[in-house]
Design a protein around this ligand. Structure first.
Ligand SMILES: [Zn+2]
Length: 110
């Protein structure tokens, strides 16, 4: 979206308390000419959300969803590949064979 955030400011609101955000506090996650993804932490209610803005034939549309990811975490995880069936099978096999407690488990995974 070429004119982000000026023409889209009215759409960028907290999905919980509807407060408008300070654009300086918004983390831009991805952007192209028709879609934008943002991470926003609301200073009013403390909720973090992912906000997706898109431009279509009907105009600009926004969609917000709550997240427990903070700014640093969302920068790290956004856009990564999702967990695959092979990942799940590997985790299943690891835990099936593992014979330690939780602290040994996390030491082993690192
Ligand atoms: Zn809020």
């Amino acid at each position: 979206m070429a004119h982000f955030p000026e023409n889209l400011k009215p759409l960028i609101r907290c999905p919980v308390c509807q407060k408008r955000y300070d654009p300086a506090k918004v983390v831009l996650l991805s952007e192209d000419d028709r879609k934008t993804a943002l991470h926003i932490a609301c200073e009013s209610c403390g909720i973090s959300s992912l906000v997706f803005l898109s431009l279509g034939k009907a105009g600009a549309v926004s969609f917000g969803m709550l997240t427990d990811l903070d700014r640093d975490e969302v920068r790290s995880f956004y856009g990564r590949e999702p967990i695959s069936a092979d990942d799940e099978i590997s985790a299943y096999r690891f835990f099936r064979e593992f014979r330690g407690g939780a602290s040994e488990c996390f030491r082993e995974i690192r």
